[in-house]
Ligand binder design. Structure first.
Ligand SMILES: Cc1ncc(COP(=O)(O)O)c(C=O)c1O
Length: 381
């Protein structure tokens, strides 16, 4: 914990603790077998369990979701321009850049906060080779519309599903759409391996290529077939994941209750809107986001930022996911697609969205303190 955070701080996220006895067993096994990496037994056990629980055909485990995204894009041979959302974490456009392509930002839908399919279609040029869409906060993109566009224009479609472990549409996991999806298993995610990422591919050939690229480009005979990197998941990461898994259901249940409590206490606050997903989407419960609308005070912070500061002054630490927009970063802001007039919905989301503390450790006292402070919103202008 950073030293400026007081011990009783209510943080936006808390990592799910592993089953310590199980973790100790796995560590003992690693020492006994002397297997610490290179697709060892724990890596394979985690891959198996995820493959079964996610109902996925092909699962590749990575050292991080960022590495998995770069590798998936390389395995698909993307080049030229890749259309993506600016309302995401830096890893999304950075992965496109590291894969050797140029991100092209398209605006999001104001209500859904995910890529607006019409804006995606309008951004397609002869140089476009792929779309990278993000299931932001674990809410599902308009997968059918994006698949339709990708098919009609012969583009690859990759989903950054970093927040979406558990998100389903009509009972079907989100990775069933697109060529590839990448979940993050960073410590901040509900299911985690400390650091890590999970790539799910529809096509066996792409999955095999991604696995070769994550292992120096080595073929099965150990000879490099192409230039790869090393982004394999280690045994200690897999051990952590296997020991966190038994505690995921309880954390999900706690977050479901917390979401209900938030929805109930926040529903009557003017100028604040919590996200309620359509009935056919099951949420990953990764984040609880609210929209704090209202103009900035004269020369002062926006209403959202005033809310953030008020909570922080009571040792409650919400986060501005995702501010600033990726299109405002110094290395992207000169792109024609980064012009502010092109991205009005993304800009307002970056100025208004706030993620509240969302984990099993948010006590009832903290919940009521948050509700009480947010109830003061009207007085913040
Ligand atoms: C939308 C999004 N994509 C990608 C990533 C990168 O994940 P990782 O930290 O596992 O590389 C994150 C991290 O939180 C994210 O929020």
């Amino acid at each position: 914990m950073p030293e400026y955070v007081q011990p009783d701080a209510v943080l936006v996220a808390r990592s799910v603790a592993p089953d310590e006895a199980l973790l100790a067993e796995y560590i003992a096994e690693m020492s006994r077998t002397s297997r610490f990496s290179n697709y060892g037994p724990l890596h394979e056990a985690l891959r198996d369990v995820l493959q079964r629980s996610l109902l996925a055909d092909r699962v590749c485990l990575f050292s991080s979701a960022t590495a998995a995204l770069v590798t998936a894009l390389r395995a698909l041979d993307v080049s030229g321009e890749v259309i993506t959302t600016p309302f995401t974490f830096a890893a999304t456009p950075h992965a496109i850049t590291w894969a050797g392509a140029q991100p092209v930002f398209a605006d999001i839908d104001r209500a859904a906060l995910t890529l607006d399919p019409a804006r995606v279609e309008a951004a397609i040029t002869p140089r476009t080779t792929a779309i990278v869409a993000v299931h932001i906060y674990g809410m599902a993109c308009d997968v059918a519309a994006l698949e339709d566009i990708a098919a009609r224009h012969r583009l690859h479609l990759v989903f950054d599903a970093a927040h979406a472990f558990g998100t389903c549409i009509n009972g079907t996991p989100v990775h069933r759409w697109g060529d590839a999806s990448v979940y993050s298993t960073h410590a901040s995610k509900l299911f985690h391996t400390g650091e890590g990422g999970v790539l799910v591919c529809r096509d066996d050939v792409i999955a095999q290529r991604a696995e070769r690229l994550q292992n120096f480009g080595l073929d099965t005979d150990g000879v490099p077939a192409e230039a790869g990197v090393n982004s394999k998941m280690s045994e200690i990461q897999a051990a952590l994941g296997l020991s966190v898994l038994p505690n995921v259901a309880a954390e999900r249940a706690a977050r479901r209750l917390l979401a209900q409590a938030y929805l109930q206490s926040l529903s009557s606050i003017a100028g604040l809107k919590a996200f309620v997903l359509p009935a056919h989407v099951e949420h990953s419960l990764q984040y609880f986001a609210v929209r704090v609308s209202g103009a900035a005070t004269r020369d002062g912070p926006t209403r959202r930022d005033a809310t953030l500061n008020l909570l922080a002054s009571h040792n409650i630490h919400a986060r501005r996911y995702f501010y600033p927009l990726c299109s405002e970063f110094p290395h992207y802001r000169t792109l024609p697609s980064a012009q502010r007039g092109n991205l009005p919905n993304a800009l307002s989301a970056a100025e208004e969205m706030l993620c509240l503390p969302f984990h099993g450790g948010v006590s009832v006292a903290a919940q009521s303190a948050i509700a009480k402070l947010l109830g003061l919103l009207d007085k913040l202008t």
